[in-house]
Write a new protein. Structure first.
Length: 260
């Protein structure tokens, strides 16, 4: 592979004589992302981008992504760490979200997201995949380490900010259920169903709430709706991880069977 690198660096001669290292890095980066992510050509062009400009955080980050998706976290970690060191305001949130989603390392997720919040003076953007506000990820991380009180207040603050993800109310409802705040759980579930009426998890957790209220007939109907949604592929799906609060078809069928 070493002999390939000079071939990729050769186009430097085509750049303007006065082009900066950053300009050359940007051009190599643009070449790299034209190819399939993780492919040899893509990675070699990204290598070229960080060779001509070792401070090019975007190149370090992009080079890390295929390792993350392939589950090679040992290779991914130093690459994303380099990106964070060079541009923490851009990549801290990404590393925190990845720690949460891929590694279930909730302490690191909390540390990175709170550090970003300080850096951005109270503002938090959305997660790397755009599905969640980072503040909601922070709240879920608090929940997973056992601090439900802080989790709920953080989730409520996230929703109140107006920057909402598709599943925010559902996660909040499940958290309310975990601490026995059933009325609040019902309200959050109703809001979740209003936003995504076809999601299997909405009806599964609604059925759980109805069981707690001893409304067996309603619970049975909700579980049947959950199964129908699931069979039509309307449920939590992620190609790389199992999302928090996702429900398996077996769980839904077991809930139905118990009510027969």
């Amino acid at each position: 592979m070493r002999w390939l690198l000079p071939l990729l660096l050769l186009p430097c001669k085509l750049f303007a004589q006065n082009s900066s290292a950053r300009e050359r890095a940007e051009k190599y980066y643009a070449m790299g992302i034209e190819y399939r992510q993780g492919s040899l050509k893509s990675q070699l062009y990204l290598d070229s981008s960080i060779i001509v400009d070792p401070t090019f955080a975007k190149g370090w980050h992009e080079k890390s992504v295929p390792y993350l998706k392939n589950g090679d976290f040992i290779t991914w970690k130093p690459l994303i760490d380099k990106a964070v060191a060079l541009a923490p305001n851009i990549h801290l949130g990404t590393r925190g979200w990845c720690a949460f989603s891929f590694l279930h390392d909730y302490e690191t997720a909390i540390a990175d997201i709170t550090a970003l919040e300080t850096l951005l003076q109270g503002y938090l953007p959305s997660s790397g995949n755009g599905m969640y506000p980072l503040r909601m990820i922070l709240g879920l991380s608090y929940r997973e380490i056992g601090n439900e009180t802080l989790a709920i207040s953080t989730m409520e603050k996230s929703i109140a900010s107006g920057n909402r993800g598709l599943y925010d109310y559902l996660h909040l409802a499940v958290t309310y259920m975990q601490v026995g705040q059933w009325d609040k759980a019902r309200i959050a579930l109703e809001q979740s169903i209003a936003g995504y009426p076809g999601l299997a998890e909405n009806y599964y957790y609604l059925g759980k709430y109805q069981l707690q209220q001893h409304n067996i007939a309603a619970a049975r109907t909700s579980f049947e709706k959950a199964k129908n949604c699931y069979l039509h592929e309307f449920h939590f799906i992620d190609p790389y991880v199992t999302p928090l609060d996702a429900v398996a078809l077996e769980e839904i069928e077991e809930a139905i069977e118990k009510l027969k």
